[in-house]
Design a protein around this ligand. Structure first.
Ligand code: HEC
Length: 309
């Protein structure tokens, strides 16, 4: 023991005499720490070199365009026919329940399905009439399915057709709920009025504004292309008889051609053509000279127009 203490004393004495010796004492530790840091670095090289901040931050200032939506056509239903359950409705309800609901409400409707773990509030146990929020009437279950019960895990099933919602409501009322409450006719009429069930619903399809804009541009572009090619033809063939007549009776070529492209009924026969031009002089890009045209001149003009438009 004494020797050990003497040894330490000697070392300390050596350090005070020669401070450079401190480095000798610490050297092994520095090497070990250096190796440890190096090993740690190599071990984690993937994580260290990977950028955790995305190089381009998402641009949150962009206003989202409309989404593509298919047209919705909800067929009207007769609510008084939906009032009582039929074997067909019950069979449809069973299929829908197994596909959409039993994961939470359980195959037997008592709650506790595999997806119900940890949900608070828990999915309703249909076999008891306690704690219902909307209630067990047909119209009340319909409302629950239409609106959901936010903020709980009970989502809205508004995308199901009205008939499918009735089928589900009948299925759980018939199979699980003991003595479910009965709707009055007024309850059902109110439901009908709220969701316009007897009127049905038609929602037009929707496409992004950007795409709609392109469609309009393309549509106008083809009309514009057509007018340009027609004008080119007139310039090249200005000695043709029909072209000479046209130049005499036209006030504004662009207006005249867009008028004729928008009212294609003149192509039926010469009479329709003459009437259309004569009855709309000035707005249609033609001038008063049309009143002086003889039959032959009308025919030449008509033939020219059917050829180039
Ligand atoms: C993700 C789990 C989940 C699914 C799937 C689910 N539910 Fe629910 N449901 C719940 C929860 C949770 C509640 C209770 C909510 C509350 O108490 O606020 C509930 C409550 C209900 C109620 C009681 C309404 C009331 O008046 O209290 C009905 C009826 C119901 N669900 C029907 C359905 C039907 C039919 C389907 C299938 C189309 C379905 N649920 C699918 C979680 C679910």
């Amino acid at each position: 023991m004494k020797e050990l203490i003497d040894g330490i004393k000697n070392k300390i004495a050596g350090v005070t005499k020669n401070p450079g010796a401190v480095f000798g004492l610490l050297y092994p530790y520095i090497i070990v720490i250096g190796i440890a840091i190096g090993a740690y670095y190599i071990h984690n090289i993937d994580n260290i070199s990977r950028q955790s901040v995305p190089p381009v931050l998402p641009d949150t200032t962009v206003v989202a365009d409309l989404k593509v939506k298919n047209a919705v056509n909800v067929p009207p239903i007769n609510i008084m026919e939906m009032k009582s359950s039929t074997p067909e409705l019950l069979a449809e309800g069973e299929k829908l329940f197994k596909a959409n609901c039993s994961s939470c409400h359980g195959e037997n409707g008592a709650g506790g399905g595999p997806a119900s773990m940890g949900l608070n509030p828990a999915p309703r146990n249909f076999t008891s009439k306690d704690n219902w929020k909307n209630g067990t009437k047909l119209s009340q279950i319909y409302t629950t399915l239409q609106e959901g019960l936010p903020p709980s895990a009970m989502a809205s099933y508004d995308y199901l057709l009205p008939k499918e919602k009735f089928a589900l409501a009948h299925y759980i009322r018939t199979n699980f709920i003991p003595n479910p409450d009965m709707d009055t006719d007024a309850d059902l009429q109110a439901l009908d009025a709220t969701y316009n069930l007897s009127g049905g619903l038609k929602i037009a399809a929707q496409i992004p504004v950007k795409n709609a804009g392109l469609l309009i541009i393309n549509e106008n572009k083809s009309a514009e292309d057509k007018i340009n090619s027609v004008l080119e033809y007139l310039n090249k063939n200005n000695s043709e008889n029909g072209v000479k007549i046209f130049n005499k009776v036209v006030k504004n070529k662009n207006t005249a051609f867009s008028f004729l492209t928008k009212n294609p009924q003149w192509k039926q026969n010469e009479n329709t053509f003459v009437n259309l031009i004569v009855n709309n002089v000035n707005q249609n890009g033609f001038n008063g000279n049309v009143f002086n045209l003889g039959n032959d001149e009308w025919s030449s003009l008509y033939n020219l127009m059917t050829k180039i438009i």
